[in-house]
Design a protein around this ligand. Sequence first.
Ligand code: DGL
Length: 367
Amino acid sequence: MSFGFARLAAAPLLRLALGLAASMAVASASFAQGTPAKAKPNVVILATGGTIAGAGATAANSATYQAAKVPVEKLIAGVPELADVANVRGEQVFQIASESFTNEKLVQLGKRVSQLSKEPGVDGIVITHGTDTLEETAFFLNLVIRSDKPVVLVGSMRPGTAMSADGMLNLYNAVVVAGSADAKGKGVLVAMNDTIDSGRDVAKRVNVKTNAFSSQWGPLGMVVEGRTYWFRTLAKRHTTASEFDIDQIDKLPEVQIVYGAGNMAPSLYEAAAKAGAKAIIHAGTGNGSVANYAVDTLKALRAQGVHIIRSSRVGEGFVIRNSEQPDDKYDWVVAHDLNPQKAKILAALALTRTNDTKELQRIFWTY
Ligand code: DGL
């Protein structure tokens, strides 16, 4: 079984339509003749695995498959149209399902992206990635890559062997965005399902559909038939305006998340601290609420030097400081609109620069 992207043979009607389209294209090309061809941008694809590199047993397996099987050369060969929009080359950085990312892998990937962004011959970078933790990697790179060159993360919800696989067009779109001059300076981007989202705002909100990713503050733009359309820019600091620099970071402090619900076990927070967490993200109910029988445990952990950061398990909105809990009095931090997994990324980076609560809170307001 070929692990390549499955392409259905064009049915007769489809072939006729494509034939007509081709003759029209020739006509428009002759009309456009004389327009100097623009040099194609140089785009590097860093492959890390995930479903976009996945393979299932049959074309009907859109959800049952093995992730991280197809090498980057095959991903590129499966979309010959990439050559129409960019000079593309690939590097296989990892070949893993993204739930298996670690801090060490984040730092390694970040350093390679930083290195490439400094090369004059590189105009843009695409990172193929599993969708499970794609939002965490995108936010991390948005904070630590000191370059305005487009860095675009892309994945897929179906393996390339499935009917209506989404990876081919997602990869094509990501390369188009990464090669677009108008994508420069917009921060790290995520191109999925024809949409361009900010790596800061986007989250995986549906775990079984191709429109899995969205941002509560809306996308930045769209990419359609090889063109980018922009409608907003990110309000928060990023990339060249960030105070974080991956070239100055070799290790990230441990930060862990404890998920809020009814009937909590306060010992989970103590276990996180025992496991080395320098900060605990409380993924609270509602507005980052803390069960009354857990407050003393968190206060005790703060007194031992562990930072407490209130986020929310609710997918939208933002945690308001001193609302559900007296954060000033307890010396706690609120994660603003960042979901728990993104708050974890920012907290780890913030702790590479400061241990001061007021500074941590400034960083959460800023990024
Ligand atoms: N194991 C998941 C991952 O690698 C598959 C999901 C996907 O890539 O869409 O993130």
